[in-house]
Design a binder for this molecule. Sequence first.
Ligand code: NAD
Length: 350
Amino acid sequence: MSVFSHTEFDNHEQVVFCHDKITGLKAIIAIHNTHRGPALGGCRMWNYRSDAEALNDVLRLSRGMTYKSALANLDLGGGKSVIIGDPRQHKTADLLAAMGRFLERTGHQYIAAEDSGTSVADLQVMAQHTHNVAGITAHLGIDGQPSNGDPSPATAYGTFIGLKTAVRHQLGRTELNGLQVAIQGIGNVGYRLAEYLHHAGAELYVTDIHPDQVQRAVQQFGATPVAQSEILSLDVDVIAPCALGAILNEDTIPQIKARVIAGAANNQLAAPRHDQMLRERGILYAPDYVLNAGGIIDIFYDRIGHDHNKVRAHIETIDDTLSEIFNRANEQQRPTGEIANTLAEERFKK
Ligand code: NAD
């Protein structure tokens, strides 16, 4: 298994393979770039089919974190770690402790946070063996209410801010009253986004694979339920993907009638070329990793002393970053995802 010639290798500073014989821990820590500060990113536990699949994931995801933190104006670099194994079967306190000891050995170059397959409680076990974990202390959420560390409220707020920027830019509207928004996935982020939009007077269309989540949005916000297969082709102003990745692709883009795509789901573009395809159709795509940075901003403040007002103000800078991306995209006649990547590189390569 090669690393330096791997297709996802992008001048990563460190790739550490960790093995603990006693607990059976097999993990990989990838530190992509630390020019702006220590690399922060989730510690994922997943039942990878092979070591190669785990390496592919950690190289790709760690790079993504560098871009996300740079565009979120955080003094952080990008990193990620993966533990190979089924979280339901293989996760033990001893295994998490072993991971904590490996994290400590990175010498504060990488800080782990919760991710798929790991919880705040798991990170707290690791924290008994390392200082290099974040997002585990109780604090006030962005609404000033006690938070259990769940980053979703911050992510939803950032997505709402970014959606408003995109609507202002593309539709020339500063008020959301009567704006029609279709939300795909009404889970932790989607539901809270719906709440913000409802309070701002928007008209909502929602879908989810769980009918009870849809029903909750219908009852609370007067949302219109929509079939999963119809949500992306609805004749609305905005589509807010808040469920899955790769939903913007060859099949779906020709069907989209909305003029704005602004949601929290990670990796919405199935391939980089779909960025240009959206531009050619006159659809403004708000790059997902700019919109969904609220969570990482929240976790960052956990490290430096949490003040929910500062977190909120920092999340609101998503408006400035997106405006810069949209303006440059207009001037240079280039797609927004590509411009976002260029802007991130300017910030972290300095
Ligand atoms: P979640 O699991 O709470 O919600 C996702 C919802 O989408 C679920 O209700 C699920 O049933 C639904 N769903 C799944 N497949 C669907 C389909 N085919 N059609 C319609 N609905 C479907 O997750 P979340 O925390 O709300 O995150 C949503 C998205 O935002 C994910 O892509 C996630 O990676 C991204 N994101 C979340 C955060 C965060 O802080 N939670 C941060 C950054 C990015």
